[in-house]
Ligand binder design. Structure first.
Ligand code: 8NA
Ligand code: MG
Ligand code: MG
Length: 303
């Protein structure tokens, strides 16, 4: 039912937002003495653009039961708080949308007409995968729709499809092998040759350490889909029974750790449920927006 879908998505969002907020703490110089392998940064852990945009994806799913692209981009643009740390392309696009440009034109003109292959479509999409976990192909097609409004490049879309399908797969299967998780994502990720190549490499690295895997796959230092999604899926697939271990595997390799931890955290929490997120970590994370809990009218709803 719709309520069950929404509840699964909410569980994934808990994992995504805590991963984002935890990972983001390690960018701060103030936490340079906290080891990502074992340490716990001081609260509060503020979340970043990853969570802000994921909340808008949830908002649209709650209102429409599917991705309405116009409503989604309106939600992204209306809520954009630049202090949360947006990618340069995302910022430019959402400013143009605010100024009245159509998203399709603006997104296709980014980066000299190549469109963005940033990891921004993938970082926000795990709850959507959990929402459509009863239908992997639907998860893939809705993820692609959600990606297109900001990421016109096929790699940017592929990153989102891979994360959504992996999330849908683990949310709908009790016992899964690492190979099956990455294999399911690969099966339905039809575009994006670099993302696909990374996923194939990840399949050969399942017995390696996080450092070795990140060295081969990338840790997100370029904040692109292709240098983030393969490692995030590797971390989730190899640590699917342990939320904390999965998220720490992202934080400990450096790079774009708010985003790898957001993807990995969203996938693992979709499998284990929100109770797998340590209670102290949920407490440390800045609360999610009030409107998401229904306390305020969501953006763009009729009066
Ligand atoms: P985006 O569309 O700006 O893409 C991210 C970046 O990828 C761009 O700024 C470019 O550097 C690069 N890129 C994307 N497409 C192309 C292309 N066609 N040619 C050349 N370079 C390209 O924004 P986004 O929403 O995809 O980005 C998400 C990331 O930004 C996440 O990591 C999120 O947390 C945020 N962020 C990251 C950092 C960081 O340094 N790790 C800091 C602040 C914000
Ligand atoms: Mg971020
Ligand atoms: Mg990031």
């Amino acid at each position: 039912t719709t309520d069950e879908r929404a509840a699964r998505a909410k569980g994934s969002l808990a994992g995504l937002s805590v991963g984002d907020a935890f990972g983001d703490q390690f960018f701060l110089l103030a936490n340079r003495h906290v080891p990502a392998t074992t340490g716990v940064p001081p609260a509060p852990w503020n979340w970043s653009d990853d969570t802000e945009m994921a909340c808008s994806v949830m908002d649209v799913l709650n209102r429409f039961g599917q991705i309405d692209q116009g409503a989604l981009v309106k939600a992204f643009a209306g809520r954009m708080d630049v202090g949360r740390g947006y990618g340069a392309g995302a910022f430019e696009l959402l400013e143009r949308v605010r100024g009245g440009d159509h998203w399709r034109r603006a997104s296709s003109e980014l980066f000299d007409g190549k469109g963005s292959f940033g990891n921004g479509a993938a970082m926000r999409v795990a709850p959507l995968g959990a929402y459509f976990s009863d239908d992997l192909e639907r998860a893939a097609s809705e993820a692609a729709l959600s990606a297109e409004v900001t990421h016109a490049n096929p790699e940017g879309v592929a990153g989102a499809v891979a994360v959504a399908v992996a999330t849908a797969y683990v949310a709908s299967h009790d016992r899964v092998t690492p190979k099956a998780v990455i294999g399911a994502a690969l099966d339905l990720t039809t575009t994006g040759q670099y993302v696909r190549r990374g996923l194939k490499r990840a399949l050969r690295l399942l017995a390696k350490s996080p450092q070795e895997a990140a060295h081969e796959l990338g840790n997100g230092s370029r904040i692109t889909a292709q240098d983030t999604v393969p490692y995030a899926l590797w971390a989730a697939a190899t640590r699917l029974t342990d939320y904390e271990a999965a998220v720490r595997a992202c934080a400990m390799v450096g790079g774009d750790m708010d985003t790898t931890a957001a993807m990995t955290g969203g996938i693992v929490a979709a499998h284990l449920g929100p109770d797998a997120v340590p209670a102290a970590w949920l407490q440390a994370r800045e609360p999610l927006p009030h409107w998401l809990e229904g306390a305020e009218k969501p953006l763009g709803t009729a009066d």
